[in-house]
Design a protein around this ligand. Structure first.
Ligand SMILES: [Cu+2]
Length: 149
């Protein structure tokens, strides 16, 4: 009988230990529930990019899901290259080479055949039907493309 009691109580001891170590973790989820952000990791602001491609990498605190998924508080990435933002209450349009939907839930995109010049890139997270999350989840960088080789 004693063995059975020990076997029964062991899982609870393990659970208690796990809880104790979690308390030491620096992670504090849900601390800023309304503070969603997106960051253009590359290119960095002020970059001089050589060549005719712009490699964009993004990160966001928003859970990124494919277009069409209307789970509350999630969305997918959109890029505006040398284009002003479109109205907050309307779906992001598609303009090839300029306004891009990353509807496959990806966080990286490459602009091809880019001309040399000054660029402004805006990243926006919008919901499953492409309407920007409110408050805006947005980041902007400016950079220069110079002809390579
Ligand atoms: Cu979209």
């Amino acid at each position: 009988m004693n063995r059975a009691l020990i076997a029964l109580s062991l899982p609870f001891v393990l659970v208690a230990c796990g809880g104790g170590s979690d308390a030491d973790s620096p992670d504090m989820p849900m601390e800023e529930p309304a503070g969603n952000s997106v960051t253009i990791v590359t290119p960095v602001s002020g970059a001089q990019i050589s060549g005719n491609q712009i490699n964009v990498n993004l990160s966001s605190t928003v859970t990124i899901l494919p277009a069409g998924d209307m789970t509350e508080g999630t969305g997918h990435h959109h890029l505006y290259l040398n284009s002003d933002l479109t109205p907050a209450d309307q779906p992001v349009p598609t303009v090839p080479g300029s306004i891009i939907h990353m509807g496959d839930a990806s966080s990286s995109y490459t602009f091809e055949d880019v001309e040399p010049g000054e660029y402004r890139l805006i990243a926006v997270v919008a919901d499953g039907v492409h309407v920007p999350l409110q408050p805006w989840v947005v980041d902007t960088v400016t950079f220069t493309v110079v002809s390579g080789n």
